[in-house]
Design a binder for this molecule. Sequence first.
Ligand code: G4P
Length: 292
Amino acid sequence: MTIQWFPGHMTRARRQIEEKLRLVDAAIELLDARVPHSSRNPMIGRILRGKPRLVVLNKADLADPRSTERWIAAFRDEGHDCIAVDAAGGRGVKEITARVRELVAPQRERMAARGVVKPRAVRALIVGIPNVGKSTLINRLAGRGAAATGDRPGVTKGQQWIKVGGEMELLDTPGILWPKFEDQAVGMRLAVIGSIREEILNLEEVAFFAVKTLAVKYWDAFAQRFGLEGGPPEDVEDPEQVVDVLERIGRKRGCLISGGRVDLEKASGVLLRDLRAGKLGRITLEEPDDSR
Ligand code: G4P
């Protein structure tokens, strides 16, 4: 995998987020529910520096609901409130405002004690790596009749607040974080869900990783979607058994080259497209207790 984030990029991204953070009471850390660990920036704690944070697992419609429950429990154990949403379909999104308000309640009480009679709406910022659904969520929270409240002192020119139901104001541009590419498996998981540009990928390598990681856990879904007979691979550490699954998928889908051999690249494309579109059902690529 040749994707790199250069120190200069990271520094710039980090400064931009720090500027935005000064304007808000709380951060909404958006993760992909299928890969909550891999879609998380490992430096997030240092970047947010104690700012109250709600962890939101987005694309929950595509993730395994049992795994999502485990992840929510894991984030809560870690001390962060966490909810699952589907920003595209709207499920769970309304809950965000209430949770953010709860998060900043202690701060609000201190303000009240200091004699601030009518505290203003809670201000929040969405942060996350590319493709987790930040824009989709902002649009969803903005809803119909959303009104940007205009430039305010201290806000970078062009940045606007979006009113969310009178109780929350959201910065209209998200904080963009970078993923943690140092770990090969993290990059691969992001590639499987389609969060890394296709041009720089080796499709077969990504599909191989997908089969290796998912074929046993979700064998019924694989078998059903592609009409595969027999059981899952006995040993996913054996590359031949993993490739065999890909070949069987390719054969079922007519991905053949001369001599009747399977076109592995085409078969890989078929598998990844179906996985990303949720055609194999709701799938999560990593569990909280996976060794990291
Ligand atoms: P970003 O700002 O964080 O970069 O993400 P963005 O909102 O652009 O969303 C990335 C893709 O994810 C979009 O698909 C969007 O529709 C999809 N998406 C966002 N939230 C959800 C969700 O809760 N569930 C599902 N199923 N999809 C969601 P897209 O524009 O079609 O891009 P692509 O699918 O062609 O990559």
